[in-house]
Ligand binder design. Structure first.
Ligand code: GN1
Ligand code: MG
Length: 368
């Protein structure tokens, strides 16, 4: 989309003449994100919601308005800054939470958070610890939110068993003719069906509670203060829905405790760092331990494994289907991403006892 067209979109949120520039922003794989500068000197974030991924943008915005206003209230009560410590949605000039353009695309604006940065990789263990505290606090703050009022923005998002079935179908269909080249990776997924079923079975047995969870807790979905190095704001709220606490923990480990980038091609660089695993476990449990059951706490390592496995399966499935879901910047990038995830899963399997011990150490006395 050209710059003038983007400015015209932004002018549905701000008076004509007040938009100075609109430029591409951030590293998300799903929505299109832009930074808007205004004549007032203020900055805003403009996003086009990816409707292939989020087919009901209006429901998504209803969730987002509900969650952000709830969080703003709690943050203010706790003496924090509600304009900075959670997202603030700026409605379009007509008062709606988002703007639908003539092509049916949905756009939204949130206030830009000044003096805060996102990391694509952990720079120091302390940063990772602070991100754990921020996600743990997020879990804690939303523990009183009425989960039943939330729409499911992506159906069965972390239903790993359903994703396994979809994966098998994609392998059978092999629409791009790529399956023959990735037999080893396909086998890796198929050999671990019990990992795919693990949480689904416990949910069916009613042993696990559904909580309001973020569902996409990677390190770059949190903004940190570059001076104090503390977490400022949890962002990317599109997938906040009822889910499992272990998955929020696990997705953070998948991304942040890895010693390499998500799309690293040299797999000798990829492993799950136990020092980082420990520091994240400590920070996360310090903030939300009392909200979790002993069973949930004991399943945190399983959350890490399930989320990493699921994500690898999703990347591989997208590779097989022609890269229709995750944005790629070079051919084969989704396959590279899948390979790093499988490498991490295999590494976690080797380090399983250590992961369990670490969780027991921080899990409180009743943890199993
Ligand atoms: C996507 O939007 P982003 O880049 O924060 C994806 C996550 C994956 C992640 C992998 C809605 O997150 O589920 O774990 O990429 N989000 C959605 O990097 O599918
Ligand atoms: Mg993101």
């Amino acid at each position: 989309m050209d710059k003038e067209a983007l400015v015209r979109v932004a002018e549905h949120f701000f008076p004509a003449g007040s938009v100075v520039s609109v430029e591409g922003w951030g590293n998300g794989h799903i929505n299109e994100t832009y930074l808007v500068k205004l004549t007032s000197g203020e900055k805003m974030i403009l996003q086009k919601i990816n409707q292939h991924v989020f087919p009901k943008p209006e429901e998504l915005m209803e969730n987002m308005m509900g969650i952000t206003s709830y969080l703003q209230k709690i943050i203010a009560e706790q003496g924090g800054d509600p304009r900075r410590e959670t997202l603030n949605v700026i409605p379009e000039l007509g008062g709606k939470s988002c703007y639908r353009d003539e092509n049916g695309e949905y756009w939204r604006v949130t206030r830009y958070i000044d003096h805060a940065v996102c990391f694509d990789q952990v720079e120091s263990p302390e940063d990772f610890y602070e991100s754990a505290r921020a996600f743990g606090k997020f879990q804690n703050m939303l523990s009183g939110y009425p989960a039943e009022s939330l729409h499911e923005t992506i159906e069965r998002f972390h239903d790993t068993r359903a994703r396994f079935a979809a994966f098998k179908k994609a392998v059978d269909e092999d629409v791009m003719g790529r399956a023959a080249e990735v037999q080893e990776e396909i086998r890796f997924v198929l050999e671990r069906e019990e990992t795919a079923n693990y949480f689904s079975e416990l949910l069916e047995q009613k042993k696990l509670p559904l909580r309001v969870t973020h569902n996409d807790t990677k390190l770059n979905n949190i903004m940190m203060d570059p001076d104090t190095r503390k977490g400022v704001c949890v962002i990317d709220l599109d997938t906040v829905m009822p889910g499992l606490a272990m998955n929020d923990f696990g997705d953070s480990i998948r991304f942040g405790a890895s010693t390499a980038a998500e799309d690293e091609q040299d797999l000798s660089k990829v492993s799950c760092d136990m020092g980082l695993f420990e520091i994240y476990t400590k920070g996360f449990l310090e903030e939300c331990r009392e909200k979790l059951s002993p069973l949930e706490i004991s399943l945190l390592p399983m959350g890490a494994k399930v989320m990493t496995y699921e994500c690898g399966m999703r990347f591989l499935m997208d590779h097989l289907q022609g890269d229709i879901y995750f944005r790629i910047h070079r051919p084969g990038q989704n396959l590279d991403r899948a390979r790093t995830q499988f490498c991490l899963v295999a590494d976690m399997e080797k380090k399983w006892d250590t992961m369990q011990q670490i969780v027991r150490k921080y899990g409180g006395k009743e943890s199993v």
